[in-house]
Design a protein around this ligand. Structure first.
Ligand code: ZN
Ligand code: ZN
Length: 257
């Protein structure tokens, strides 16, 4: 006998009304959709369809427009940003009321910028490139936030997908291989969009040291290249002040220092 979760109420009903034949009919009618769902899930049809619906929603389209393409990394950032905002009970930051720390500079960072309003330009997005899909979103006033870290093994690409990525990187992929790659990439994206959140991220409360608000300060020309530079970023050497680039190139050394 196969016991299928979700069919218990039927046997209860069967016992209550005492009409076995009628209940059997109901059971057959209710069982079919279950097997159809099972079939669709098994062949990823359901995932892909639902994922594709998300691909065409306004928020996701904004992220894809900003990022330039649709990819699994963008989908990870999309899911994290949505979950973080929802759990904090916040909307997109118009000023600097929210801040985000992202531990990768990969694709997902763009979705976080679009959806949370935490951006590089406003100074409320901090990228610590540890190469990890970890995003912490927090309220600037309280410093209390949500940290979302990707669960190990939740997102992996198969051998063929990896092979195709290498061919595209090396510019040796045929047109058919490019199409195959795009389809696989889209499937992975849809899987990320579709996966239950708790299978995608470990989500925990986090409190964080609040970063300083973006400062506005006068620019002063660098003593070598003369390009206006934020005064706090100038590097002083022997009574002169150099921008980071000139200092890095050793312009100060050339001047005999
Ligand atoms: Zn991307
Ligand atoms: Zn300079």
């Amino acid at each position: 006998m196969v016991v299928i979760k979700g069919m218990k109420p039927l046997s209860k009903q069967q016992g209550q009304d005492g009409h076995e034949g009628k209940s059997f009919q109901k059971e057959r009618i209710l069982t079919w959709p279950f097997f159809v769902r099972l079939f669709r899930r098994f062949f990823f049809l359901e995932d892909v369809m639902k994922g594709r619906e998300i691909l065409s929603n306004e928020d996701f389209k904004k992220c894809a427009d900003f990022h330039g393409h649709t990819c699994p990394g963008l989908a990870i950032g999309y899911r994290a940003a949505k979950a973080g905002l929802e759990r904090l009970g916040k909307g997109r930051a118009t000023d600097e009321e929210l801040a985000a720390v992202i531990e990768t500079d990969a694709c997902g960072a763009d979705a976080v910028q679009v959806l949370t309003g935490c951006t590089v330009g406003k100074g409320n997005l901090i990228i610590k490139d540890h190469g990890k899909h970890v995003i912490t979103l927090f309220g600037r006033e309280s410093g209390e936030g949500i940290r979302m870290s990707m669960i190990p093994g939740t997102f992996s690409i198969n051998e063929r997908h990896r092979e195709l990525i290498e061919k595209i990187t090396d510019d040796t992929a045929t047109q058919d291989e490019r199409s195959e790659f795009e389809e696989l990439h889209l499937q992975r994206t849809c899987e990320v969009l579709e996966k239950p959140l708790e299978e995608l991220f470990r989500i925990e409360a986090a409190s964080i040291q609040i970063p300083a608000k973006a400062r506005i300060e006068p620019s002063i020309p660098c003593d070598h290249c003369k390009e206006p530079t934020m005064s706090s970023k100038l590097i002083g050497k022997g009574g002169e002040r150099f921008c980071g680039e000139c200092a890095e190139r050793g312009e100060c050394a050339e001047r005999g220092e």
